[in-house]
Design a protein around this ligand. Structure first.
Ligand SMILES: [Zn+2]
Length: 114
């Protein structure tokens, strides 16, 4: 069952629970005050609820995030190696800043996921 809350254009709020069929309302609903049809709004709420349910079960997104973290760490590592191979100057600084940025991004992505 999906709890559906609708705010009618007249300002009235009404709520009900529905077991959707193919992600849609099985019956039509109307505002208890002004009688305006609320089926379309209810369908939108159902579609949103189903979509958020799906994203909770989605493990593909987590895999992508792990690859993003690994990619950032590799980019950071590559930057540090490059900086070490340089003798001196502005390039070293740029590479180090890039490496720190990549590591920072990896950590941000990692902790943001938790
Ligand atoms: Zn109404």
């Amino acid at each position: 069952m999906i709890p559906v809350k609708i705010q009618c254009s007249c300002g009235q709020r009404y709520a009900f629970d529905i077991e959707p069929l193919c992600g849609r309302m099985t019956t039509s609903v109307a505002c208890p005050v002004c009688g305006a049809d609320g089926t379309l709004a209810a369908n939108e709420v159902i579609a949103f609820a189903l979509a958020s349910q799906l994203s909770h079960h989605d493990t593909g997104r987590q895999t992508v995030m792990i690859f993003a973290v690994i990619g950032c760490l590799l980019a950071g590592l590559a930057g540090i190696i490059k900086a070490c191979n340089m003798i001196h100057g502005f390039d070293v600084l740029l590479c180090l800043v890039g490496a720190i940025g990549a590591f920072g991004m990896a950590l941000c992505v990692y902790f943001w996921r938790r």
